[in-house]
Design a protein around this ligand. Structure first.
Ligand code: NAP
Length: 252
């Protein structure tokens, strides 16, 4: 068991990559605090964890809310007595449009969820981990903003994820000496609601962008998050870990 006895927060746990990660982490022995806005979906994932013999609690809320970031940490401490890891995975693609034509409110929506939400999570989680002198934080970034080759209509999303990669480097360097590791996970196209699940033409287009000519299953991305949260990656911090079916090295 890779995460035995570790208390871990997973955000974006109501669907897609986060839900797959919750089930995988629980199977690997983690005690989980699950977060997202949709309560019913969180309850379903929590029940699946418990039916599998795992321990999980959930709290619905919005990652843009500073109080919610703190409440997830408090819940981990109250339920499990410590906080060893966080998979800060909640994110949105938002409304797609060329950045120059984008409504500023739509821009703010994406930046505040994907980037400010990450900052608020780190701000709540790192002091607890620093006191413990131990912790691992993983943020879900994206191939977009790193190696997307300028996918059309994704300016806000690309800016938010590129900004997140920069934030991860800074956090890693600021807190390495306190025993807190911080890494980014950069998935390629993944079959989830945000990844176009249910829309065959989008899925075929995105699959075709990848040298492996397919998209990832959420569980494949969760495996990389598991590695970054486990002690197997003890010497990794500040890393943008690319799990993208070869997207970043494609020629055409
Ligand atoms: P998803 O199934 O739509 O999951 C997104 C999750 O984020 C949901 O659980 C959603 O829950 C949560 N969320 C969104 N806004 C939130 C908010 N304001 N407060 C709290 N929770 C919020 O899509 P996914 O693909 O698994 O996305 C997970 C992460 O992977 C995202 O950061 C995404 O940018 C990244 N990613 C996805 C792909 C892809 O192709 N799918 C590729 C690269 C990176 P609620 O709606 O219940 O709040």
């Amino acid at each position: 068991m890779e995460l035995s006895g570790k208390s871990i927060i997973v955000t974006g746990a109501s669907s897609g990559i986060g839900a797959a990660a919750a089930l995988l982490f629980a199977a690997e022995g983690a005690d989980l605090v699950l977060g997202a806005r949709r309560s019913a979906e969180l309850e379903t994932v929590t029940e699946r964890v418990r039916r599998g013999g795992g321990r999980a609690v959930f709290l619905a809320g919005d990652v843009r809310d500073e109080a919610y970031a703190g409440a997830l940490v408090e819940l981990a401490l109250r339920s499990f007595g410590r906080l060893d890891g966080a998979f800060n995975n909640a994110g949105i693609v938002g409304r797609m449009a060329p950045a120059a034509e984008m409504d500023p409110a739509a821009w703010t929506d994406v930046i505040s969820t994907n980037l400010t939400g990450a900052f608020l999570a780190a701000r709540a989680q790192i002091p607890v981990m620093a006191r413990q002198r131990q912790g691992s934080i993983v943020f879900t970034s994206s191939f977009v903003g790193h190696s997307n080759g300028g996918l059309p209509g994704m300016g806000a999303y690309a800016a938010s994820k590129a900004g997140l990669n920069g934030l991860v480097q800074s956090l890693a360097s600021d807190h390495a000496a306190e025993g807190v590791r911080v890494n980014a996970l950069l998935p390629g196209g993944t079959i989830t609601p945000a990844g176009g699940e249910g829309d065959p033409s989008t899925l075929a287009f995105v699959a075709g962008l990848h040298p492996v000519k397919r998209m990832a299953e959420p569980g494949e991305i969760a495996q990389a998050a598991l590695f970054l949260l486990s002690d197997r990656s003890a010497f990794m911090t500040g890393s943008p870990m690319i799990v993208d079916g070869g997207m970043s090295v494609r020629l055409l």
